[in-house]
Write a protein that binds this ligand. Structure first.
Ligand SMILES: [Zn+2]
Ligand SMILES: [Zn+2]
Length: 365
């Protein structure tokens, strides 16, 4: 029987979000219902509310979540009720040209639940990134549930579902940071700090954090930055060269998504180095670079989708590293809030006052 729960809705462009009753249908073939325990507040949720993603209002927000599987539909074999899972927004198909070539992290046909959750009047909801987890329970495709060690606190585990995974993966998977590399990270919000954490985990010996906010640079130090540059006071390209024997960094990660910053990242890189773009540009932006420098500087210009992660491979491994004390995830949780405080959390996020506000709805026990 369909269930009624509470969830956070964005009804119209730019309007404050509201807590409403949501109808969650029984899981169909290949689907699961997850009792959400915690869900982080991400910029993408705010972008949905602002109408910057698409116009398919009303949205059921929230997508950075961990919870417990409550029930599964027919044909679901990989998870069962009671499993502690992190929700991912790239359930791989196993059948597209990327999957068939053994590169499921690039799957071009990821999927979500086929049924819709609704308001009590029957209005269909668009779940953010196919998840919709600012909600006591949510309906997802079973492949969106990745089982991890249940001793990890849900408010920490859920972070791997989006921003923190994007940053960690930008360094580890896309940038391929290895022992002894020098790394520079532009933008020290949640994604950038996760890239710093990833660079540290990968064995980088120099990690240079660039931002325009001293508080964010202090956070970056806590995550393992060895040097910091406030770009309002110093030229980041010059400083990065200075901190790398005049050469530039082996891997430069752009975690903002601005053409002017990308250009700095491009020139802050050593010859034959790698630039990783993980910040998301808007559709109007263009970049202009001397073509001869694109050729002459060599190396790789890459983009990182969701940290090029494969949830089934990366989530359990990263949770294990966290539980062994080798990965700082606690540092991302700035505050724990209730479902009715999402709007305030957007405000704090816009003012750069928090890394992550996390809605907590329960614990795994
Ligand atoms: Zn695929
Ligand atoms: Zn997100």
């Amino acid at each position: 029987m369909a269930q009624q729960v509470q969830g956070v809705i964005a009804r119209a462009k730019g309007q404050p979000v509201s807590l409403e009753t949501i109808v969650v249908p029984d899981p169909g073939p290949g689907e699961a219902i997850v009792k959400v325990l915690a869900c982080g507040v991400c910029h993408t949720d705010l972008h949905y509310r602002e109408g910057a993603i698409n116009d398919e209002f009303p949205f059921l927000l929230g997508h950075e979540a961990a919870g417990v599987v409550e029930s599964t539909g027919p044909e679901v074999t990989e998870i069962q009720p009671g499993d502690f899972v992190i929700l991912n927004w790239r359930a791989v198909c196993g059948d597209c040209r990327a999957c068939r070539r053994g590169r499921p992290q690039y799957c071009f046909a990821t999927h979500n639940a086929s049924q819709r959750m609704t308001l009590t009047d029957g209005t269909e909801l668009s779940p953010a990134l196919g998840i919709g987890a600012f909600c006591q329970k949510t309906l997802v495709a079973a492949g969106q549930c990745t089982k991890v060690d249940p001793t990890a606190p849900p408010e920490v585990a859920g972070l791997l579902g989006c921003g923190v995974m994007a940053g960690l993966g930008a360094a580890i998977n896309t940038g391929n940071v290895g022992r002894g590399d020098s790394v520079a990270v532009f933008g020290c919000g949640g994604v950038g700090d996760a890239a710093i954490e990833g660079a540290r985990l990968g064995g980088a010996h120099t990690i240079i954090a660039v931002d325009i906010d001293d508080q964010k640079l202090r956070w970056a130090r806590d995550f393992g930055a060895t040097h910091t540059v406030n770009a309002t006071q110093e030229d980041p390209v010059e400083k990065i060269r200075e901190y790398t024997d005049g050469n530039g960094a082996d891997v430069v990660i752009e975690a903002i998504g601005l053409p002017s910053v990308y250009e700095q990242a491009f020139y802050a890189r050593d010859l034959a180095g790698t630039v990783v773009l993980v910040g998301v540009p808007n559709p109007e932006m263009k970049i202009e670079l001397p073509f001869i420098d694109v050729f002459g500087r060599g190396g790789a210009l890459k983009s990182s989708w969701y940290g090029d992660c494969l949830p089934s491979r990366d989530f359990p491994m990263l949770i294990d590293l966290y539980l062994q004390g080798r990965l700082n995830l606690d540092g991302f949780v700035s505050e724990r809030i209730g479902l009715d405080q999402v709007e305030e959390a957007f405000d704090k996020m816009e003012h750069g006052a928090v890394l992550r506000s996390v809605v907590v709805m329960g614990d795994a026990s």
